[in-house]
Design a protein around this ligand. Structure first.
Ligand code: FES
Length: 128
């Protein structure tokens, strides 16, 4: 028990499954999910591979800690604190709301799209 503040984070899978959980500010989304036995994809746990990528869908407008009311990179930066540099994401991915859940700790209540298909969106066919 650390006493760190926590936030209500709702994970949403492409098949419609959802799970809400309290995630503390001193743990990452991946660690928080792990704590309550929710399996999320991951690889390196260091922000390098992108396997754990999620996409910020919405921040809770009623959360007083919510500083970013726009979408995209500003919203991600307001919604999460990164433990280290998110090397697996390009600037345009961050602008689009993608977030590395292995190194991101929540700062607001939010909804996040999760599952391996989110990472697949980042590496979709470069030729089209
Ligand atoms: S698990 Fe590799 S970037 Fe998160």
């Amino acid at each position: 028990m650390t006493g760190a503040p926590s936030h209500d984070v709702r994970l949403e899978w492409p098949d419609g499954r959802t799970r809400s959980m309290d995630i503390r500010e001193d743990e990452t989304v991946l660690e928080g999910a792990d704590r309550v036995d929710v399996a999320l994809p991951f690889g390196c746990r260091t922000g390098a591979c992108g396997t754990c990528t999620g996409r910020l869908l919405e921040v809770d407008e009623s959360d007083p800690a919510d500083a970013g009311r726009d979408s995209g990179a500003g919203a991600v930066e307001a919604a999460f604190a990164y433990r280290r540099r998110p090397r697996a994401l390009k600037d345009r991915h961050r602008d689009d709301g993608y977030v590395l859940l292995c190194i991101a700790s929540p700062r607001v209540d939010c909804r996040i799209a999760v599952g391996s298909s989110v990472h697949a969106e980042l590496v979709e066919n470069p030729w089209k």
